[in-house]
Design a protein around this ligand. Structure first.
Ligand code: MG
Ligand code: NI
Length: 482
């Protein structure tokens, strides 16, 4: 008789979801699924609302990712007011960039220090009672302190550019509602150590060096865990550089060939389809050119470093070269290398923030532009977790009649399922007893993708995740809810 394993909730993941793994009589994996258990339909909720409210309203989608939604929405609305996608003033675009890179910095710092470092410091088999941030704080106080302060630095950048840490109103249709005063700038640029941009760059480099040292001593597990080929999707800057805020959309395959060659993201519907499967509320996006079976792709830090040609800041570029050399220039499909990629991005975000703060355009007086209204707007950003799409249609009364969102976590749906399947096949299959350490590996696979299940459900608040072991008659054998 076969078995089914359920894990719910998955700890140290943002939001609630569920993993089920079916093992047949021989203990072979017959099916594994990672899915969300609820869907709240934010796309319907904003219909009928005036478009200018969207950049503020959409922040209610998710308490974890409000800034990403705010900016993707604002970019869609820029097009509706006739100034997007390339018409913002230098001050407006740079203020939004500062907000966005501040968000990237705080989110990547939180993910590494709070969510991932316990797995690295204590190992996958450690007791969950110590394998958490409290354990890190007790044993590695310096790392925990850095994590807290780096996160604070990013959050305060958001506060000063968006007006508030959450539910800010900084980005408005066609621009931004404030610039950065010299006093505000100097808090981040010239603050006493360690609270300044130079120190944040040094700490980001330190976190990256910590990971590289760990990797050099643990190559078998970091390289061999959930390594599989895929396509990769992200925005890139027009010249092919890594960029989180704006540029054409690019996808490469497992060999690094451009399967989507720098297209205008406003045409995303020509290039990206979403498959619905009966067992999950989360859709399965794919590249139409390659079809449903072959067209699934990864987004996020690993994808971005696989799609871009270079990183436009010196310290992160040097690290990018080492990262690329590791796979001889080919795309990197190793799930746990997303942590490496994320830390290169953390360093890059720190460098960009430091350079942006020195840019006089942030004190410029021209904040908003006006244009001729249109009825259709598409906005994209590279959120910390990957490509985020917002698309609205509005009528002559300025009301939103259609909203379509594809969030980062949904883009990573198939890859997360593949990663879970890898663990089921390689760690759980054939085992008589499922240990805590084995369950942890399922979570570690999912955590590599830093999913936000709150976003994925399009929820109006925070959502609480489940692994179940089921037999071939559908009977639950083992279930974990933590
Ligand atoms: Mg959607
Ligand atoms: Ni979210």
């Amino acid at each position: 008789m076969g078995r089914k394993i359920t894990i719910e909730p998955i700890t140290r993941i943002e939001g609630h979801g569920k993993v089920t793994i079916h093992l047949d009589d021989a203990g072979k994996v017959s099916q594994s699924r990672f899915h969300i258990v609820e869907f709240r339909g934010f796309e319907k909720f904003i219909q009928g609302r005036p478009y200018w409210e969207a950049p503020v309203l959409v922040q209610r989608l998710c308490g974890i990712c409000p800034v990403s939604h705010h900016l993707a929405s604002a970019k869609a609305v820029d097009i509706i007011v006739g100034v997007g996608p390339d018409g913002l003033t230098a001050t407006a675009e740079k203020m939004r960039r500062l907000m966005h890179y501040g968000q990237m910095f705080q989110s990547h710092a939180l993910h590494f220090f709070h969510l991932v470092s316990p797995d690295l410091l204590f190992g996958a088999d450690a007791d969950p009672a110590i394998r958490n941030i409290i354990g890190v704080a007790l044993k590695h106080k310096d790392l925990a302190v850095q994590g807290v302060l780096m996160r604070k630095f990013g959050q305060e950048l958001i506060e000063v550019t968006a007006g508030k840490k959450i539910h800010g109103t900084g980005a408005i249709p066609g621009g931004i509602n404030k610039n950065l005063s010299p006093e505000e700038r100097d808090r981040f640029l010239k603050g006493p150590d360690p609270y300044n941009a130079d120190h944040m760059v040094a700490w980001a480099q330190g976190a990256l060096d910590f990971f590289k040292d760990y990797h050099s001593k643990n190559k078998a597990w970091i390289d061999g865990f959930a390594d599989f080929p895929s396509n990769y999707l992200s925005l890139v800057r027009k010249d092919g550089a890594l960029d989180f805020y704006h540029g054409p959309l690019r996808a490469v395959d497992a060999q690094g060939r451009k399967v989507l060659p720098d297209v205008d993201y406003r045409d995303y519907l020509d290039h990206i389809g979403e498959e619905v499967r009966s067992w999950s509320y989360m859709k399965f996006p794919y590249l139409k050119k390659l079809g449903k079976a072959e067209g699934w792709y990864r987004v996020g830090p690993l994808a971005r470093l696989n799609t871009c040609d270079f990183v436009p800041t010196p310290l992160a570029q040097k690290e990018f070269e080492t990262f690329k050399a590791y796979t001889k220039g080919k795309p990197n499909g190793m799930s746990l290398h997303s942590h490496w990629a994320r830390l290169i991005e953390l360093l890059h975000a720190g460098e960009v923030i430091r350079d942006l703060l020195k840019d006089k355009d942030l004190q410029g007086p021209n904040l908003v532009k006006k244009g001729t209204k249109t009825h259709n707007g598409v906005g994209l950003v590279e959120a910390p977790r990957g490509t985020l799409f917002h698309h609205y249609q509005v009528d002559d009364n300025d009301q939103i009649t259609m909203a379509n969102l594809i969030v980062s976590t949904t883009n990573n749906n198939e890859p997360m399922n593949r990663a879970v399947h890898w663990v089921a096949d390689n760690v759980l299959a054939g085992q008589k007893e499922i240990t805590e350490g084995m369950m942890n590996r399922v979570e570690i696979a999912i955590r590599a993708y830093d999913p936000c299940l709150s976003c994925a459900t399009h929820a109006l608040g925070t959502m609480p995740l489940e692994v179940t072991l089921v037999d071939d008659r559908g009977k639950d054998i083992d279930c974990r809810r933590r």
